[in-house]
Each structure stands twice: as structure tokens, then as C-alpha cells.
Design a protein around this ligand. Structure first.
Ligand SMILES: [Zn+2]
Length: 271
């Protein structure tokens, strides 16, 4: 069976355990692992500048949006305890998701600043999840400068990013989307260029697209945001139709694919 990695971005201080359970509980009860891209120190004053009206990042709960403060994931002790139990069961892989999740945080060209963010972010996640082997980086908004890619790989981390971020370079393979390979230094490089289930589309379209990728992708990496299924945190806008479509798809995917993680995926070295 071809491999599949389930990647969920934006777990942070604000993530409610019951939302993760609602999206992934059925998979966890079948021993299927999920790779969570965790934000070490979520900043609350973050706007999505490429969207009309520059709305606040939907990962931030409405009552915190615009506050000039950061919140460490370590401060949510019940979330950390819950995830640490999942890590020990082999059900959660922790990945580093930037540092403060500011807008296009890793599009910066300042290598020294980026290296400090990677170092400090890893330190926070290691304190939060002492038993986790944190070996993979995923950039906020999946946007990366060539300097950011270099900094991450030099830190010895593996990387999952959009194929469109990969610069032409003698050190990097020209990897198409939905592939994984092992680099010369032992780091792993994965490509994923889309989020399949997202709140800006109909549940029907999301399911159809996801089924097409289930057929075609060599290394299927299912990129989710858990908050998409509850957009926008409260009231009537909660996307139960999207959650149902995801659960339908996830049940099909585990039948047709070998579920794995970024560190567990079988890879061949890039020639
Ligand atoms: Zn994110």
C-alpha cells in the first residue's frame, strides 16, 4: 500500500482537546498516527494580509484577536498532558510550526533571526513534550524563503513544505508535490501544496478533491487545520458538514493507504 501522512497545522495554547478528539478520535481509536504541527508561542495580533480586509488569523479564538501578546503552548498544561499521553502511545508526532505564527513568518530573509526562532521554538516544544522526537519543520502559511529552507535543514530538521517553495539548488532535489525523499545529510524532505478540507469550500468539493488525491498521490500528505471544521469557533458557522466529509474520507483513506508519520515513512534516498 502507498503511504499516507495525516498532518494537522496550528495546535497551540488555544487548541481545545475536544476539537482534536472530534477530528481525530476515530483514527486514534484505530491506532492511526497524526502529525501535529505545533506553534510554540502563538501571537494574537496576526492578520492574514493576502485576504480581503486582512482578517485576523482564524486559528486565534475571537476574544484574543488583536491583543499584542503571545501564549506559550507549555502554559496549557491539560493540552500538553493529553498530547504527551498520545505521544507515548505512538499516536501523535510533534512537528515544529514556526515560532509565533506571525504572517509569513518564515518568508523572512534574515537567517540569524530564523535560526533563533527554530532554536527557541524547539526548546519550548521539548519542554512541552519531553518524550517526543521533534524532527520535522512545517512553516506557518507554508511560505518559506530560500534562507529559511537552509536554516531548517542546517538545524538537522526534516521539512514538509510546498513544492513551489523549493528553490532551484544543487543541494535540493526537484521534487514534485506529494513526494518524500531522503537528503544527503539524512534529513527528510516532503512536499504538500494544498489543504484538502478547508472552510472556504463546500464539503462536497473537498471530499471529491481528497478522493482524487487518494487515487493519484505518490506520498499522500493530508494537510488539515483542525479549526477549519469549527470555523469560526462559535455559533452557527461550525462546519459539521465538513467534519462529516472528513470522517467519510478518513475511513476510506485508512483502507487504501498505509498510515505513517514524517519520521516513519519509508523513503528512498534522492539519487
Ligand atoms: Zn499554521
Amino acid at each position: 500500500m502507498r503511504p499516507m501522512i495525516i498532518r494537522d497545522d496550528d495546535t497551540c495554547y488555544f487548541t481545545p482537546i475536544e476539537k482534536l478528539e472530534a477530528v481525530y478520535g476515530a483514527l486514534w481509536s484505530q491506532n492511526i498516527p497524526v502529525s501535529l504541527a505545533v506553534i510554540p508561542s502563538q501571537h494574537c495580533d496576526v492578520q492574514i494580509l493576502h485576504r480581503e480586509g486582512a482578517p485576523y488569523d482564524p486559528a486565534i479564538p475571537p476574544e484574543y484577536r488583536g491583543i499584542p501578546k503571545t501564549f506559550l503552548v507549555t502554559e496549557n498544561r491539560s493540552l500538553c498532558a493529553y498530547l504527551n499521553a498520545k505521544i507515548q502511545q505512538g499516536l501523535v508526532e510533534i512537528c515544529l510550526h514556526g515560532y509565533m505564527h506571525t504572517y509569513h513568518e518564515f518568508a523572512s530573509r534574515d537567517a540569524a533571526l530564523l535560526a533563533a526562532k527554530v532554536r527557541d521554538g524547539l526548546a519550548i516544544l521539548r519542554e512541552a513534550f519531553p518524550k517526543a522526537a521533534i524532527r520535522t519543520f512545517i512553516a506557518p502559511y507554508d511560505v518559506m524563503s530560500p534562507e529559511a529552507i537552509r536554516v531548517v535543514l542546517e538545524a538537522g530538521l526534516s521539512l514538509c513544505t510546498a513544492a513551489t517553495n523549493l528553490p532551484p539548488s544543487p543541494d535540493l532535489p526537484n521534487l514534485p508535490t506529494y513526494h518524500g525523499t531522503q537528503l544527503a545529510n539524512g534529513a527528510r524532505l516532503f512536499t504538500c501544496d494544498e489543504y484538502l478540507f478547508h472552510h472556504r469550500d463546500t464539503a462536497e468539493n473537498c471530499l471529491a478533491n481528497a478522493r482524487a488525491r487518494l487515487q493519484s498521490a505518490e506520498m499522500l500528505i493530508i494537510g488539515n487545520h483542525y479549526w477549519s471544521f469549527f470555523h469560526d469557533w462559535r455559533g452557527a458557522a461550525v462546519r459539521s458538514d465538513l467534519l462529516k466529509a472528513w470522517q467519510t474520507f478518513a475511513a476510506e483513506a485508512v483502507q487504501g493507504r498505509a498510515a505513517t508519520t514524517f519520521q516513519g515513512a519509508p523513503l528512498t534516498a534522492n539519487p
